[in-house]
Every structure is written in structure tokens, then in C-alpha cells.
Design a protein around this ligand. Structure first.
Ligand code: DGL
Length: 273
């Protein structure tokens, strides 16, 4: 039985992370799960995000994944720690669940020159304060300003960010975070959906501000992690296969997949409840 790397997101956003990981580590098998039927997660409470994420993790474990990446900042910020500390030791002590915050937070202080970093994320990610706490653990002197962009995920999920109304909200949240701190020179896209808006974001970004996307950072750290965890790495199957699962209608997912991932692939619909 294959043992793919599980990649989980609330919807389409994790495809941006999958793309980078697959490019860096093409040899492995991957099983992507998007909980599209229950997305967005960003406005949901801690308990609900935790329950949904745990269901997804359990499902991916049943599919024989030994390593799961929570390619969703909201799930990483609100559910990862509890799953790692409370659920994993009881369920599968030899399996691993990793998130997407750490690869970014442990690097960003080396990128900023002004020492002022901006974080754009969902309401849930921003409210959790996880980015601020993690960044300041590694770089205590960095000033972190967070701002939530509640309309960005729906704009991506509904593929309407290129319309005038969509562009209005892209510009609005950028203006608002730079009003909070005009010295920000490094801006983290702390939601896996946001790279899909990159072209629009670049139009409204002040000169000299560097955008930090997570895909390549997560992929590089994963590559490094697997070199250090040989036992785990050797149990991942390596047939270059990609399978896609969604909790929504699979045709709907496949249509968006070709838009957001750039490939025509077929997904399968599953139920997590
Ligand atoms: N893609 C998710 C993230 O990175 C959030 C999208 C959602 O709100 O479901 O935070």
C-alpha cells in the first residue's frame, strides 16, 4: 500500500504549497485533501477549526499517510499544537503532522532590513497571535503588525479577484496595514490562498516592500526535515503520484484546480463527517 505525504487545506489555497513541495521533492507520492465544503476556516472558532482539522488528519492517516503537512495557516495556527501534543501521541506516535508557520517565522527576521514586518492573514490566524508570538521567539526586536483580510479567501474561492470589486478589497487591506505601520519593508502572505492574488497585490504594494510567500520556504524546510528524519522519509512511497480529494463536488474542484494549479487533473469527492 502506498504511503503518500498528506497535504491538507481548507480549500484551494494549499495547492500553492503543494506546487512548491512537488517541485522540490518530485519523487514522492502526494495525497491532497481540500475541505472545500466547509471552507473558509478563517472566520470559524478555535474549536471548530480544531475538530475539522482533526477529522481531516484522521482521514489522511487512514489513507496511510505517515507525514501530513497542514498547508493552511488557520489550521496550523489554531489546531496544530493540540494535534501534535494531545492527539498524535495516542493515535500514531510514529507519524508526524507539520504546519506552515515555522518555516516563515524562523526566516523573516533575516529578510527585513527595517525590522518592521507585516502579516496578512485570515481573522482566525491574526486573532490567534501565532505569527507575532513565533516571530518574536526567534527575533525579539522585530516589530510585527498583523492585519486580517476577510474578503480575500472568498475572492479566491469564487475566482472573482480580477473584477473591480475584488481589486477594491485587495487595495483596501494593503492600504490599511501600511497605515498601521509605514515602516514595514517585509510583508508575509500568511494564508495559503493569498499567492493566488499575487499579481493584484503587487499592483498596490509600496515600492521597496518585499513579499514573503510560503510555498518555497515550506518546501525547502521539508526537504531539510526529511534529510534529518531518514526513518520517516524511507517509508514514504516514491512513485511521483498525486491524488486529489475534496469534500465538495469533484467537478467543481477540478475546474478551480486547472485555474489555480495550472493542470487538468481529476479529483475524487469524499465525506469527512
Ligand atoms: N488557506 C487558509 C489559510 O492559509 C485559510 C482559508 C480559509 O479561511 O479557509 O489560512
Amino acid at each position: 500500500m502506498n504511503s503518500p505525504i498528506g497535504i491538507f487545506d481548507s480549500g484551494y489555497g494549499g495547492l500553492t504549497v503543494l506546487k512548491s513541495i512537488k517541485k522540490a521533492l518530485p519523487q514522492y507520492d502526494y495525497l491532497y485533501l481540500g475541505d472545500n465544503a466547509r471552507a473558509p476556516y478563517g472566520t470559524r472558532s478555535f474549536d471548530v477549526v480544531y475538530q475539522y482539522t482533526l477529522q481531516a488528519v484522521n482521514y489522511l492517516f487512514q489513507q496511510n499517510c505517515r507525514l501530513i503537512i497542514l498547508a493552511c495557516n488557520t489550521a496550523s495556527a489554531k489546531a496544530l499544537r493540540t494535534i501534535q501534543q494531545q492527539n498524535l501521541p495516542q493515535l500514531f506516535p510514529d507519524r508526524r503532522v507539520l504546519g506552515v508557520l515555522r518555516p516563515t517565522t524562523e526566516e523573516v527576521g533575516n529578510i527585513t532590513k527595517s525590522g518592521h514586518v507585516g502579516v496578512l492573514g485570515t481573522t482566525g490566524t491574526v486573532k490567534s497571535d501565532s505569527y507575532k508570538i513565533e516571530i518574536n521567539k526567534f527575533f525579539p526586536d522585530v516589530k510585527v503588525t498583523q492585519h486580517s483580510c476577510p474578503m480575500w479567501v472568498p475572492l479566491v474561492e469564487n475566482n472573482c479577484f480580477n473584477e473591480a470589486g475584488g481589486q477594491y478589497f485587495v487595495q483596501k487591506y494593503l492600504d490599511e496595514i501600511f497605515e498601521k505601520d509605514h515602516q514595514i519593508d517585509t510583508l508575509i502572505l500568511a494564508c495559503t490562498h493569498y499567492p493566488i492574488l499575487k499579481e493584484s497585490i503587487l499592483k498596490y504594494l509600496p515600492n521597496g516592500v518585499q513579499l514573503v510567500e510560503q510555498g518555497d520556504l515550506v518546501a525547502n524546510k521539508l526537504e531539510d526535515y526529511l534529510k534529518r528524519h531518514v526513518e520517516l522519509a524511507k517509508n514514504i512511497s516514491s512513485n511521483c503520484e498525486l491524488n486529489l480529494l475534496t469534500t465538495e463536488n469533484s467537478q467543481k474542484f477540478d475546474h478551480h484546480l486547472s485555474l489555480f494549479y495550472g493542470e487538468h487533473l481529476k479529483s475524487q469527492s469524499i465525506d469527512l463527517d
